[in-house]
Ligand binder design. Structure first.
Ligand SMILES: NC(=O)c1ccc[n+]([C@@H]2O[C@H](COP(=O)([O-])OP(=O)(O)OC[C@H]3O[C@@H](n4cnc5c(N)ncnc54)[C@H](O)[C@@H]3O)[C@@H](O)[C@H]2O)c1
Length: 478
């Protein structure tokens, strides 16, 4: 066993005028103790899997099976198809599988046309776990929500690991990409996989590689975002690095699975804490009559040692409000003491919707109106701009607070035709201009292109812009 002896290293796939040079450092260079012939010891035989929604026949080995076809798994499958791999997607949701096999995307970053292209490249989705038997590599991208106790709910990770254990072929590579607390790959996934009778590092390869996908980011995608890889052994790391080198420009080797797991949590916690910092500063800057946005612009002129973060109506998505809790939970339960930065950031960021409500109240009062008799139009209810994802969006707690104070709440969002913030489903206002004119106050929560361009909020009497993307005499900023 060679655990923990690999130093942090970087593999770079260099672009050449004629294409991509894949001949940079070989796997043997970094892990001479693992021969590639050992990496793939057997090939599974022909497999026929017939699901209720798809019928597929896999006659030969599949390069990759992606388990969990959501925001993380589907872009990975897409990148792998582009890299010339034969790819199967495995998901428990028949709706997801049926949709994909009929060319429909359910993920913002991939269009329907792209799914059709993937199908043309041989991609198929299935609910049948036997597809794993023929896989050279299996990557697990299932959800890791927060449990009722505030800790990570690893049910889907365990279920996926059991599916793999029951179908694992010797020599395969298994990678966990789901965000989780450090130790999960070694302590939760490995023991389940080893119920197959095979040992990690000897009979199959095991690694963790955190997903860094940023939905809606047109500049950084799978290929040009470096991929951190931590192996259970040096050989596992080399095998995983070799796999990811086919998909991304740069692979960064972590010392082990725990370092790779922790790196993801450091990234997310760093953002969580810094967003909390500016959210807290924005409150007292408001009380001091200082423009926080201008403060951040000025500080950002420093060419080193400062990275700008901006205040907002609260944090959403999975990475910021949820993932850092895995770490504080893990520190508290294992070591018995708190991870104070995360807990403080959580407290500050989750309190922002209430602060936003107070600012709305003050603005209405300045016009001799009360919140309880006013109509408030929310603009953008997703968790970030220009995508449809609503997970953990701060719009929901804000809407509940406003409605609880008696305000008449309506919303507009080009990505969300029907919305439920907890008081039953409501429809998006059909005519934005008419709704802006009719409301007492509009709150800009997400900087969707429609609101930013062409004076999108001009018609409203009062606008509270939590993103500082609009200007005008009727506009106040957070
Ligand atoms: N969305 C992001 O921006 C993002 C970024 C980085 C990391 N992550 C992490 O990646 C993981 C996946 O997140 P996501 O956003 O892709 O989730 P998602 O909800 O978009 O997709 C998960 C998919 O997994 C399927 N699934 C659930 N249980 C399964 C099981 N047992 N077997 C097979 N399929 C199963 C679901 O049906 C769904 O299609 C999470 O741990 C998340 O924290 C997400």
């Amino acid at each position: 066993m060679l655990r923990g002896r690999l130093e942090a290293d970087v593999l770079t796939r260099q672009s050449t005028p004629g294409g991509t040079d894949m001949s940079v450092r070989s796997v043997e260079d970094i892990a001479p103790d693992l021969s590639l012939s050992q990496a793939r010891m057997t090939e599974a035989g022909p497999l026929t899997a017939v699901g209720p929604e798809t019928s597929l026949t896999v006659k030969s080995a599949v390069d990759l099976v992606v388990i969990g076809l959501g925001y993380v798994g589907l872009p990975l499958a897409s990148g792998a198809v582009d890299a010339g791999m034969s790819v199967m997607g495995l998901d428990v949701s028949e709706r997801v599988v049926r949709g994909l096999n009929s060319g429909r995307s359910h993920v913002d970053d991939l269009s329907h046309d792209r799914i059709v292209e993937m199908l043309g490249g041989g991609f198929r989705a299935t609910t049948e776990s036997q597809v794993i038997r023929s896989a050279n590599a299996i990557v697990i991208c299932v959800p890791t929500p927060l449990g009722d106790d505030g800790g990570p709910n690893l049910t889907a990770v365990r279920e996926a690991a059991w599916m793999v254990a029951k179908n694992l072929a010797p020599g395969a590579l298994v990678v966990l990409e789901s965000t989780t607390y450090p130790g999960t790959t070694d302590e939760v996934v490995r023991p389940i996989l080893e119920t197959s009778g095979m040992s990690a590092g000897r009979d199959f390869s095991l690694a963790f590689s955190p997903e860094r996908i940023d939905p809606g980011n047109s500049r950084f995608g799978l290929a040009n975002t470096p991929k951190v890889v931590g192996g259970y052994t040096q050989g596992c790391a080399a095998r995983a690095a070799e796999f990811y080198q086919r998909l991304v420009e740069r692979v960064v080797l972590a010392k082990g699975t725990r370092e790779a797991e922790m790196a993801k949590l450091l990234e997310n916690t760093y953002r969580h804490v810094n967003i909390a910092l500016v959210n807290e500063m924005s409150r007292f800057c408001q009380d001091l009559g200082i423009d926080i946005w201008n403060v951040i612009d000025c500080a950002s002129s420093k060419p080193f040692g400062f990275q700008p973060f901006y205040p907002g109506p609260g944090v959403g998505g999975h990475c910021i409000p949820v993932d850092p809790n895995y770490l504080s939970y893990s520190v508290r339960t294992r070591l018995g003491y708190p991870f104070r930065f995360v807990e403080l950031a959580q407290e500050i960021n989750s309190g922002v919707p209430r602060y936003v409500m107070r600012r709305i109240q003050d603005l209405l009062n300045s016009r001799k109106k009360s919140l309880s008799t006013s109509s408030v139009l929310l603009l953008g209810v997703t968790y970030k701009e220009n995508i449809a994802d609503q997970r953990e969006s701060p719009a929901k707690p804000l809407a509940r607070l406003l409605a609880g104070s008696g305000a008449a709440v309506s919303y507009h969002d080009p990505y969300v035709p029907v919305w439920n913030y907890g008081a039953g489903a409501i429809n998006c206002v059909p005519d934005l201009d008419a709704a802006l004119q009719a409301c007492d106050l509009a709150v800009l929560l997400q900087a969707h292109e429609q609101y930013v361009s062409s004076d999108g909020v001009r018609g409203a009497a009062l606008v509270f812009d939590t993103r500082r993307v609009t200007n005008g005499r009727n506009v106040s900023h957070l």
